[in-house]
Write a protein that binds this ligand. Sequence first.
Ligand SMILES: Cc1ncc(COP(=O)(O)O)c(C=O)c1O
Length: 407
Amino acid sequence: MNYSAHLDQKLNDLHEEGRYRTFIDIVRHKGTFPHATWHRPDGETQPVTVWCGNDYLGMGQHPVVLSAMHEALDEAGAGSGGTRNISGTTVYHKELEDELADLHGKEAALVFTSAYIANDATLSTLPRLFPGLIIYSDALNHASMIEGVRRNGGAKRIFRHNDVAHLRELLAADDPAAPKLIAFESVYSMDGDFGPIEAICDLADEFNALTYIDEVHAVGMYGPRGGGVTERDRLAHRIDIINGTLAKAYGVMGGYIAASEKMVDAIRSYAPGFIFTTSIPPTVAAGAAASVRHLKTDQALRERHQTQAKILKLRLKGLGLPIIDHGSHIVPLIVGDPKHTKMMSDMLLDRYGIYVQPINFPTVPRGTERLRFTPSPVHGPREMDALVKALDELWSHCALNRAELAG
Ligand SMILES: Cc1ncc(COP(=O)(O)O)c(C=O)c1O
């Protein structure tokens, strides 16, 4: 095989489809989020406003987080120095896991290097703990859950997105004695819609299935203490395993599961993705713990976040722009074509200093390519005005439809 020509072909396929990914090099400025400097490919720099970050609450610059990280750095140095089993468990890791268990009202929690790894490692390990396990997975679950389910070698059933009737059909068709687990999300991050948590818990009870929820786009932001939608809706006790991230609303890095003592002990003991990798640095564990602790009481920040999302949605709807609104904090604006989406994103960045990454297939279905905005409490009225004005101008410039698309 001509390996080089083969790579050219694969990369060219992406270019032709308009879904070749270009990374934008930015440096956010602590204290003035969402402002950042873009280091352009031509060597110049340009100030930009970030509108697509997942540091949803601006906790990445919060003084309580930064001071906890500084203290841990001075106390414990840079890295953790080992896997959790071999010298890499510190008091910082234990404190973080205690905060997380308490957050979700669970007996225990287990921290991984990311929520991707937490999903992948946990879901791929469960069939080893429950031989014959069948996993029922929502069709729009995140890639990390899909990977975990696929790699585990056990049986899987995919139910149509949020379709509880379909899930019931699939559950009913299987051996009542087979161990079962339903895996789904609380907030689906590309459309910003919510999973039917209570209905799924009811089905789990009826069919004696375990429940696994990914709350990555909800922890920190929903519920009176930031415990996610399961906390908001008082359903956390009905979920067996809750997955979350420390990298989005908590503004740091890392992922976790929270569950019963026994479940956590088993995953801790059997999951290669937990066992055979260096634990997160003490600085990161300390910063994340400070962030989780802080957000247990900062309800005002959560409310400002929701208000910002509502204002942006209202203003874009007022212009007739086709946004999706499921009542969450995520604001997807459908462009519907990969090349147009990329072009809009390029123009926003270059002409207006507004950074929003295009979202294309396979992250979203073809024909629903979009710009996905993540308004936050650190976006002020000035930033919001600039964004709305730029989108209004560009929408007209590109002759994109308004009213019909919005309907
Ligand atoms: C639904 C969902 N789960 C898991 C992850 C992975 O989270 P992390 O960035 O902590 O690996 C993501 C990341 O975007 C996500 O959207």
